[in-house]
Design a binder for this molecule. Structure first.
Ligand SMILES: [Zn+2]
Length: 219
């Protein structure tokens, strides 16, 4: 069931490691199939290296009950399905505890738009959730993530890490990698001096430009 989507989710999970966003079994990818509304999600606590598409789990978007797959789905399935239900335009959500972005979350500081690439792809800064959540999986936790993301594509959970969406699996991965690289670039630039950050208008223009001409995955 949903073999092609499960293969794409596995490739996406491997890219999190390839681009140094995760260590060990950290990081999760969840994608909604627009035809069936089922969600493909990476398994709980397993490193992606030796997995196959059959290790990817298929769950119901509302009940979170397993529909297909031999593994136990990510323990954060509730967070991914909450975002996917709230945002029909987002078909994939990726989560990682990447170092630089998480450092910004520990400072309760948004990741600014320091590159036109961040403007092109993500379309804005990355805000932090309103609260630290030592007890996740509560309705307040899920609502904070959905509310903070708003109509954007990314949110940084305080003292935890990034949650980033996209209109495809590949776009979600590209967006989360861009957010992490943007956080790292900001850190480096601030060691060197006082960097310039794009204004909201410049960010909007960069995003509009990319939507019109760059790549093949951006709609
Ligand atoms: Zn996490």
């Amino acid at each position: 069931m949903l073999r092609e989507l499960r293969e794409r989710v596995l490739i996406a999970g491997k890219k999190l490691r390839e681009y140094d966003l995760i260590v060990m079994a950290g990081g999760t990818v969840a994608a909604r199939d627009p035809e069936t509304n089922l969600v493909v999600i990476t398994p709980s606590g397993m490193e992606y290296e030796n997995l196959t598409w059959e290790d990817m789990c298929v769950i119901d978007i509302d009940t979170l009950k397993p529909v297909d797959g031999k593994r136990r789905p990510s323990c954060a399935s509730d967070m991914f399905t909450a975002v996917l239900r709230a945002r029909p335009d987002i078909l994939c959500v990726t989560h990682a505890h990447s170092r630089y972005a998480t450092a910004f979350s520990a400072l309760n500081r948004e990741i600014p738009v320091i590159t036109t690439t961040q403007g092109n792809l993500v379309g804005g800064p990355v805000p932090c959730t309103h609260w630290v959540h030592p007890d996740p999986h509560t309705p307040e936790y899920l609502q904070d993530i959905v509310d903070t993301m708003g109509s954007g594509y990314a949110v940084n959970i305080r003292n935890h890490g990034l949650v980033v969406g996209g209109s495809t699996v590949e776009e979600s991965i590209e967006n989360i990698i861009t957010c992490e690289v943007t956080a790292q670039t900001t850190f480096i630039a601030e060691q060197m001096g006082k960097p310039y950050f794009l204004t909201p208008d410049e960010t909007r223009r960069a995003h509009a430009f990319a939507k019109s001409v760059v790549g093949q995955h951006i709609k």
